[in-house]
Design a protein around this ligand. Structure first.
Ligand SMILES: *[C@@H]1O[C@H](CO)[C@@H](O)[C@H](O)[C@H]1NC(C)=O
Ligand SMILES: *[C@@H]1O[C@H](CO)[C@@H](O)[C@H](O)[C@H]1NC(C)=O
Ligand SMILES: *[C@@H]1O[C@H](CO)[C@@H](O)[C@H](O)[C@H]1NC(C)=O
Ligand SMILES: *[C@@H]1O[C@H](CO)[C@@H](O)[C@H](O)[C@H]1NC(C)=O
Ligand SMILES: *[C@@H]1O[C@H](CO)[C@@H](O)[C@H](O)[C@H]1NC(C)=O
Ligand SMILES: *[C@@H]1O[C@H](CO)[C@@H](O)[C@H](O)[C@H]1NC(C)=O
Ligand SMILES: *[C@@H]1O[C@H](CO)[C@@H](O)[C@H](O)[C@H]1NC(C)=O
Length: 195
């Protein structure tokens, strides 16, 4: 009886150690958030090679450390996702970008969603990407209706919007870009996408 109890205790210790190891450097809610983004990558058609590397690396295995996943970088001190690089990967058949998917990644500083053919966007919680500094949305199909959302992310220092459908953008009105008081670099080149 006593030996069984000792064995049981050892089992629990091992299980706890495994769980702690599994979550080290990767917050559970961020792992779940990334896995919610994964179905969009699976539907990607832009680069099968890149897509396959992501799909193989972003595994549903609980002991997998999401900080080591392909195109994911964490802050080494906090273990929070800091840089997400999904260029040419996130193609969804509806081509609507759901910003809320990134909401749990509270310390995200760099987000690259370039070359994904997004044309529309939704967001249930405005102002949630409070630490976002670099946002690359180049080579999508957004029009200037996205500007009011973007200009609410006041932490932005770099905003890349080249190669979108901004022919309706009126530079003299500025589209609220003046709200981005930390902005150091803005790229709005090739604003009329030839499609
Ligand atoms: C990617 O995976 C698909 C199956 O989902 C396969 O048909 C294709 O050959 C793979 N491509 C590369 C470059 O590995
Ligand atoms: C963000 O991550 C991508 C992919 O790992 C990397 O290529 C890029 O250099 C990183 N950006 C910064 C500013 O660290
Ligand atoms: C990582 O997080 C710590 C604590 O919030 C912060 O001081 C540090 O600047 C962050 N590192 C980077 C590279 O952003
Ligand atoms: C992936 O594509 C399939 C088939 O086109 C579609 O039914 C599904 O909704 C898509 N999933 C996502 C997350 O875009
Ligand atoms: C966007 O994502 C959030 C969080 O996953 C979800 O609750 C919401 O229903 C999504 N909205 C749309 C329109 O898909
Ligand atoms: C933005 O994305 C484009 C296309 O993927 C890339 O060429 C460019 O270097 C990126 N710029 C920054 C500042 O990340
Ligand atoms: C701009 O994009 C939004 C979202 O896709 C769309 O509803 C709207 O009709 C577009 N406006 C123009 C002028 O194309």
């Amino acid at each position: 009886m006593e030996r069984l109890f000792t064995k049981l205790c050892m089992l629990i210790v091992v299980a706890l150690a495994l769980q702690m190891h599994g979550n080290k450097g990767c917050l559970e809610k961020e792992r779940i958030a990334l896995l919610a983004i994964k179905p969009f990558i699976i539907n990607a058609t832009f680069s099968y090679d890149e897509r396959n590397r992501t799909v193989e690396s972003w595994v549903v295995d609980r002991v997998s450390n999401c900080c080591n996943w392909y195109q994911v970088e964490c802050n080494t001190t906090t273990g929070r996702v800091m840089n997400l690089s999904l260029s040419g990967l996130l193609y969804d058949s509806t081509a609507i970008l759901n910003f809320s998917l990134f909401q749990p990644l509270e310390q995200l500083q760099i987000l690259d969603l370039s070359q994904n053919y997004f044309e529309g966007w939704v967001d249930n919680r405005a102002h949630h990407l409070k630490q976002l500094k670099i946002l690359n949305l180049s080579y999508n199909r957004f029009n200037s209706s996205i500007l009011p959302y973007l200009t609410s992310i006041t932490s932005l220092t770099t905003l890349i919007l080249s190669g979108n459908n901004f022919q309706d953008f009126n530079p003299t009105q500025g589209g609220g870009l003046g709200n981005l008081r930390n902005l150091e670099y803005l790229d709005m080149s090739f604003l009329v996408l030839d499609s």
